[in-house]
Design a protein around this ligand. Structure first.
Ligand code: NAG
Ligand code: ZN
Length: 452
């Protein structure tokens, strides 16, 4: 055998190569037969392929779920679809009141609380897991001073700052107590990392400007302790801004933001603390939305057009949200409290979905989120009894035609975008050299004003 050359075949010669001397008629017949066979085989295969393709494209909806999901679609079953979305994009709730429940029922004794067992009210670890929660803001809240204890200048001393520090202590104590479940988070990268590690990112939000004791220094120290939103007011006016009160609402005091309130927003923008407009008056909300350089949130508010209470956001303010000129990015995180959702006895999961759909209709689907107020509300809508029920709400929106990207945004993606936007503004302001604001509340007399 000669050595292989450039022109040798890589494969050995076929066994069926006719030997020299075989008659020509036989060879001709054999090749005609194999041609017919080949035509039949290829024709059949092409037909099978074409029929398959037509079935897949034209009758996708009649195929089994499992087959369907191979093409990136969601299950036909709404709950299965919701769980699929939430596995990738878990719930980020804007407002959960576990810390104040700890104060009210356990005298702030973190040791006495067992979050791995069934808890009173709406929140414990098994139900958070069942509800596919990836993150939430732990609301650190102290109620407003009683009107009779408050003067017109907000100068009556209160325990609000002490009590807020105790709330932060309780929240951080519970977060630290369950390191396999909770992870303190102070930014969007922390949220992503915690979710990636299978933990529940835990953020802190202060629910009311009265908890700042009129002081921007207190804001900075709350920030240092991990606080990443401040609701400008609770149900009372404060030195910074007007509240909407509760039901039926209250008479305005400043007519929206005070000058100090504007400075507060500037300082929140600089620090990267989200401006939360839940509980504020309409004038406060409209002015803050216009004044803030950073995107803002409503941590727990619903739609006034669906249920007319002052705590819900009116359409004219929803129209100020967006990316157009004279608009600002924001997310309205829908509150589940029955008295904000529907007339007495009518609050259910469908009614909550109606609020979501309305906010989406006016502001856009990328501007709505969830801020349940669990543990802060005495009663709950039918079908949304506790934190295990979020998937049912996502399923309800799926039934109403929301696609997986829209559902992921509602679950938490929209909040992440807005928060990221606020972080960017903070970095830019600091890079531009904006200094901390040392303005004092003008009516304070305890600190001598020095002329420099
Ligand atoms: C806190 O709770 C633990 C566990 O129930 C209990 O042993 C402890 O005495 C409580 N502490 C106070 C100060 O009540
Ligand atoms: Zn509230």
């Amino acid at each position: 055998m000669s050595a292989p050359t450039e022109h040798s075949t890589l494969l050995p010669p076929s066994q069926h190569t006719p030997r020299d001397g075989q008659n020509g008629a036989g060879r001709h017949k054999e090749s005609r037969l194999s041609l017919i066979t080949r035509i039949i085989i290829w024709g059949t295969l092409t037909l099978v392929f074409a029929v398959g393709l037509i079935l897949l494209l034209g009758f996708k909806h009649v195929l089994s779920d499992k087959f369907h999901s191979l093409f990136g679609g969601l299950s036909k079953d709404p709950m299965t679809a919701a769980l699929t979305v939430l596995d990738k994009a878990p719930i980020i709730d804007g407002h959960i009141d576990l810390p104040v429940l700890t104060r009210a029922l356990y005298a702030n004794n973190v040791t006495a609380i067992d979050l791995e067992s069934p808890m009173p009210q709406h929140v414990d670890i098994p139900r958070l897991r069942k509800g596919k929660v990836g993150a939430f803001f732990w609301s650190v809240y102290m109620e407003c001073p009683l009107p009779e204890d408050e003067d017109n200048d907000f100068l009556t001393p209160t325990w609000s700052v002490r009590d807020t520090l105790e709330q932060i202590d309780v929240a951080r104590g519970l977060i630290d107590k369950y390191p396999d479940t909770f992870q303190l988070a102070t930014g969007t990268e922390d949220i992503r990392a915690a979710i990636h590690d299978g933990k529940i990112a835990s953020l802190l939000g202060v629910e009311g400007g009265h908890q700042l004791g009129n002081s921007l220094a207190v804001l900075r120290q709350y920030y240092a302790l991990g606080v990443r939103y401040v609701t400008l007011t609770h149900t009372c006016h404060n030195a910074f801004a007007d509240s909407c009160g509760f039901l039926p609402g209250i008479i305005p005091f400043h007519g929206g933001l005070s000058a100090l309130g504007q400075t507060l927003i500037d300082e929140m923008n600089r620090l990267g603390v989200l401006v939360d407009l839940s509980h504020t008056s309409d004038a406060t909300a409209a002015q803050a939305l216009a004044h803030s350089k950073a995107p803002v949130i409503w941590s727990h508010s619903s739609a006034r057009a669906i249920h007319d209470v002052p705590r819900n956001v009116p359409d004219y303010i929803l129209r100020m949200i967006g990316t157009g000129e004279d608009q600002k990015d924001a997310v309205v995180m829908v509150n589940f409290a029955p008295f904000f959702i529907a007339p007495p006895g009518k609050a259910n999961i469908e009614a909550v979905a109606d609020h979501i759909v309305h906010i989406a209709l006016i502001a856009g689907k990328e501007h709505v989120g969830l801020g349940s107020d669990y543990d802060g509300i005495g009663t709950v809508p039918e079908g949304l009894e506790d934190v295990s029920k979020y998937p049912a709400l996502i399923a309800e929106l799926y039934k109403r035609g929301w696609n997986k990207y829209e559902l992921a945004g509602l679950a938490g993606g929209n909040l992440l975008r807005v928060f990221k936007g606020a972080e960017k503004v903070s970095r830019e302001l600091q890079a531009a050299g904006q200094q901390p604001a040392y303005d004092l509340y003008s009516k304070r007399k305890d600190i001598p004003r020095v002329e420099f």
